[in-house]
Design a protein around this ligand. Structure first.
Ligand SMILES: Cc1ncc(COP(=O)(O)O)c(C=O)c1O
Length: 332
């Protein structure tokens, strides 16, 4: 089987080994415990950051990235960046006010080197340009830029690893070959990398990407392009050819908007809690709702939100969302 170990690309070890697969109830549903990935902050960003931070570390660059004020990508990048000694600057944009967003804003503020506030979506390009120029001017070099959600080809390679890992777990008899794998869809890197990794690992499970972000970001075109570009990069380094078929995007669970609750997601979250899984409202409860709506066959749910204890990360955080960020939490 193709292995990422042979790639001539820098990687910083953050994952701490394969994440477990466990049965979920008794009707053919399984869960992959990505929520416990890494040592500091779990979830689907850890695999991406092994490669993104690996390259930044190798080239000695500070990092500039962007996202909403409650973004898991921003928290994970700031936390792991600090852990490996990289300065992380982030441009933060508005989002709906949720308990997770409030908590993430506090952790982000405590771990990022510097935050630039973009008070409206329209101002993001200008604030981003200002942040980039400041790093260039005062840091002496241009930063390594991580896109929204860490979803570029390098970030996708992390999830190629996730797909290969599931294929290896099936081969080792840890779970039956899934008919369908459910994953929340935001910036697309997780679903795209997963698709490539599964196919390179010889597994033909359908990838069901459940849209949890606006369609300009979470689009089928974007996922397919990311997957094709990632496979093309790996092919240049000896990966075999693979057909990137059986990807399906579910739009019906998104509801009224980003981070807005839906009745189906709330119901799914309560049912997951009954099985010992804690989901958050923006991504994982919507993906789980999609899986519940399609019973039958062997189904694997990727639990992509952190479940590692947050006390160590909150220990250095302010008790409330800092005044500079609180205006980004929008009520409607
Ligand atoms: C908890 C969680 N699940 C899933 C996703 C979606 O991942 P991607 O942006 O790679 O599509 C995100 C993205 O931020 C996330 O925070």
């Amino acid at each position: 089987m193709f292995s990422l170990d042979d790639l001539p690309l820098a990687r910083v070890p953050l994952l701490g080994g394969p994440t477990a697969v466990e049965p979920l109830g008794a009707d053919g549903a399984w869960v992959k415990r990505e929520d416990r990935a890494g040592t500091r902050y779990g979830g689907n960003k850890v695999r991406k950051l092994e490669w993104l931070l690996g390259e930044a570390l190798e080239s000695g660059l500070d990092v500039l990235t962007l996202g909403t004020v409650g973004s898991n990508h921003l928290v994970a990048t700031a936390v792991y960046g600090q852990a490996v000694g990289i300065h992380v600057t982030a441009v933060v944009a508005p989002q709906p006010d949720t308990p997770t967003a409030r908590r993430n804003a506090r952790i982000l503020h405590a771990h990022a080197e510097r935050l630039y506030v973009a008070g409206t979506e329209a101002s993001i390009p200008f604030v981003f340009a200002r942040a980039w120029a400041a790093i260039r001017l005062f840091g002496g070099h241009a930063p390594a830029v991580f896109p929204v959600g860490g979803s570029n080809t390098l970030g996708c390679i992390g999830w190629v690893g996730g797909g290969l890992e599931i294929a290896a777990q099936v081969a080792a008899g840890e779970l039956p070959a899934p008919d369908r794998i459910y994953v929340a869809l935001g910036s697309g890197g997780t679903a795209a990398g997963l698709l490539v990794g599964l196919r390179l690992g010889g597994l033909m499970s359908e990838v069901v990407a459940v849209r949890a972000a606006p369609s300009w970001l979470a689009s089928p075109v974007r996922v397919r392009r990311l997957a094709a570009n990632t496979l093309a990069l790996l092919r240049r380094h000896g990966a075999p050819a693979a057909r990137l078929t059986d990807l399906r995007i579910v739009h019906g669970e998104y509801g009224p908007g980003y981070a807005r609750p839906t009745a189906a997601a709330e119901e799914a979250s309560a049912r997951a809690e009954g099985l010992g899984l804690t989901l958050e409202s923006t991504y994982t409860s919507k993906a789980y709702a999609a899986m519940l709506a399609e019973p039958g066959g062997t189904r694997l749910f990727l639990h992509t939100a952190n479940s590692r204890p947050l006390e160590p990360l909150l220990a250095t955080a302010l008790d409330e969302v800092p005044a500079s960020l609180v205006g980004l939490l929008r009520r409607s």
